[in-house]
Design a protein around this ligand. Structure first.
Ligand code: SPV
Ligand code: MN
Length: 627
């Protein structure tokens, strides 16, 4: 067998060599050797997670120019991605599928050999003149049933620095685990950079996931959702692993919601990007455990979950003291934060929706920016990008849940799903049981596309469990696994559907305030603990006015009128039937072999709606369902 360590010696210092040699796992040596051999960096830096090394990485991000520390608040830095690299890039993110294997056409894919030839060609010599940084980490707490080992080789100090805020350090865990330990392997290169240290070969941006080899390749990009292997890229690998082993890897926030007498109930939630996931997880007075990805397992019949990350890569648009007080406080306090794609002026970051007047000029992801600046298509460039972000460690957040690193995870009492649905679903409802909730709210999740992906905004689409872009097994199989998972639990979590985006059909106005979501999670907490009753409607259980009114008073100090309640919670039969038509058409077209349970739930929902329509008409106030 080749001596990978010896072959790496020319590119590593003695101490780096020893750090790598101390991990007794030939596959790790091979992974580092093969990435270095392919990308041909001048040197290889092995990070063993010492405070000095971590500080060195952050410093190099600044010295290299990928980040700048020219901000007034200590600890804050900023980074820019290129104009064509401002979000996850669906079109060039593909699964490598071996010949003879078939995945649904809705999943973006390329034949494995063809994809490998292409991406390996692009990676060849891509790190020439640079250092390849090697980071070890674990997804989920170490020493836990949930732990997944990961390795990243990157030539971006910004990526290596971001990893530090977002993930758990794993060098020691790799050392302890020793020979034979399986791991996810990710390779990233920013490719050619301009003088501002921005990737310029955006036409050759490729992000390929080779699930046969547990390997991710990402080239010619920097946006963290494209470049950091452990976000949605390793999630695709995790979904395959979960499928084999009988657990779930999900696009979940996880929060601890307080009920009476300081009772804390954990609720997980899946939302498409930019639909309120982080701001739900960050509700003031509650605890945040996760804001993006969770692993969920059946442990002794109990549904338990962990955050695979330990930081937040959050959208900064619309963060202001009224709507998101906790996040706003973090963003204006000293501490380690990386801003990306905000406007910089007077040593301060600026973003859209921060509720102050923005400067008329400054520096942004397009370079010097001034009001009225247009792009090559003649379209106005906004001061900060809508998908501008902040990266911060969760333990810097005052409401971080103390169970974050519990190797046993936390018990989930509820799971919620929500998308941008302007017309049909009520603001909050509860499924009759696991199957109904999973299918009616998760598998039938409809939304509008947002700015978090590089594509047209505002297109309607089905986004199964808000995770459809990241599913790496047949979609029908994914749903089947989900349904089965709940059946094996002693007490499956209650399943809820939320809709923060319901509008008045005539005026088009939103029917809820930004903060109202706090009431919905408080109501869920009460339902999970059997403290309140609910009203049975054709689409699920909805809250009673008399339970919401005091919650609005206690939590938001707000008067909640019966008129508002009726508007928000009336069942819109024709809109719901139209939604069902779209959902069923999607399933016929994309997943004709989906399990009969899914059709059963959809068919029953249709017949309940039609029955109610015959009796009460198209718009049915909640009272009609009270018997
Ligand atoms: C999302 O867009 O869902 C995110 C950020 O959480 S990204 O890392 O781009 O996936
Ligand atoms: Mn996400």
């Amino acid at each position: 067998m080749k001596n990978y360590l010896a072959a790496l010696q020319a590119k590593t210092s003695q101490s780096d060599y020893e750090k790598l040699a101390a991990i007794d796992n030939t596959e790790v040596h091979r992974a580092v050797y093969e990435s270095a051999e392919l990308c041909n960096p001048d040197s290889v830096f092995i990070c063993s997670d010492t405070p000095d090394e971590v500080a060195y990485i952050r410093n190099m991000a600044i010295v290299s120019g990928e980040e700048s520390a020219a901000l007034a608040i200590p600890g804050h830095t900023f980074h820019f991605d290129g104009p064509q690299d401002q979000g996850r890039d669906r079109a060039v993110t593909k699964l490598l599928v071996p010949k003879g294997e078939h995945l649904n056409e809705a999943l973006n894919q390329i034949e494995r050999e063809e994809g490998l030839t292409e991406v390996l060609g692009l990676c060849r010599d891509s790190m020439k003149g640079r250092t390849m940084i090697v980071r070890f980490l674990t997804l989920g707490p170490a020493n836990s049933e949930f732990t997944v080992f990961c390795l990243e080789c990157t030539d971006s100090w910004y990526v290596a620095h971001s990893v530090d805020l977002l993930y758990r350090k794993g060098y020691d865990a790799f050392r302890k685990a020793g020979a034979g330990t399986e791991f996810f392997n990710t390779l990233h290169s920013a490719g050619k950079l301009d003088e501002k240290m921005i990737s310029i070969n955006h036409k050759k941006k490729r992000i390929y996931i080779d699930y046969t080899d547990n390997m991710v390749y990402s080239i010619n990009n920097q946006y963290a959702g494209n470049s950091i292997g452990f976000k949605k890229l390793a999630l695709r690998l995790a979904i395959r692993k979960a499928h084999k082993e009988g657990w779930l890897a999900e696009h979940f926030m996880i929060m601890g919601v307080f009920g009476p007498k300081k009772r804390k109930t954990y609720i997980a939630g899946a939302f498409p990007s930019a639909c309120g996931k982080t701001s739900t997880a960050m509700l003031p007075g509650e605890k945040i455990l996760a804001d993006d990805i969770g692993y969920v397992r059946n442990i002794g019949g109990v549904c338990r979950a962990v955050n695979i990350e330990c930081g937040i890569f959050g959208i900064i648009q619309d963060i202001n003291p009224d709507d998101d007080p906790l996040i706003h406080e973090i963003l204006t306090s000293p501490g380690e934060i990386i801003y990306s794609n905000v406007l910089i002026k007077d040593a301060k970051p600026w973003w859209q929706g921060m509720d102050v007047e923005l400067p008329k000029n400054g520096t942004n992801y397009t370079g010097d920016w001034f009001e009225g600046k247009t792009d090559e298509k003649g379209e106005k460039i906004s001061p900060a990008h809508k998908n501008a972000r902040y990266t911060v460690a969760l333990n810097a957040v005052s409401n971080c849940d103390p169970e974050l690193d519990n190797p046993a995870g936390v018990e989930l009492g509820g799971i919620l799903y929500g998308g941008r649905d302007y017309r049909s679903y009520v603001p909050v409802q509860q499924g009759y049981d696991w199957e109904h909730g999973i299918v009616a709210y998760g598998a039938a999740l409809e939304t509008e596309t947002t700015f978090a992906i590089v594509e047209a905004e505002g297109k309607h689409e089905i986004n199964i469990m808000s995770i459809q872009d990241f599913i790496s097994i047949p979609l029908g199989q994914y749903l089947h696994n989900y349904l089965q998972f709940g059946k094996k639990l002693n007490k499956p979590p209650l399943v809820f559907g939320v809709n923060y985006f319901l509008r008045d059909l005539e005026t088009g106005e939103f029917l809820n305030d930004h903060q109202d979501k706090h009431i919905w999670v408080k109501w869920m907490e009460l339902r999970i603990n059997k403290d309140v009753d609910a009203i049975k409607t054709p689409t699920g259980w909805i809250p009673k006015y008399e339970d919401l009114k005091p919650l609005f008073r206690q939590v938001l100090d707000k008067d909640y009128s019966k008129k508002d309640y009726t508007k928000q919670f009336s069942i819109r039969v024709s809109e719901n039937l139209a939604k069902l038509n779209r959902v069923e058409a999607f399933y016929h077209e994309n997943i004709p072999d989906v399990s009969s349970e899914v059709w059963h739930v959809l068919t029953e929902q249709r017949s309940r709606l039609i029955k109610a329509q015959k009796k009460f008409g198209n718009y049915i106030p909640p009272e009609s369902f009270c018997t």
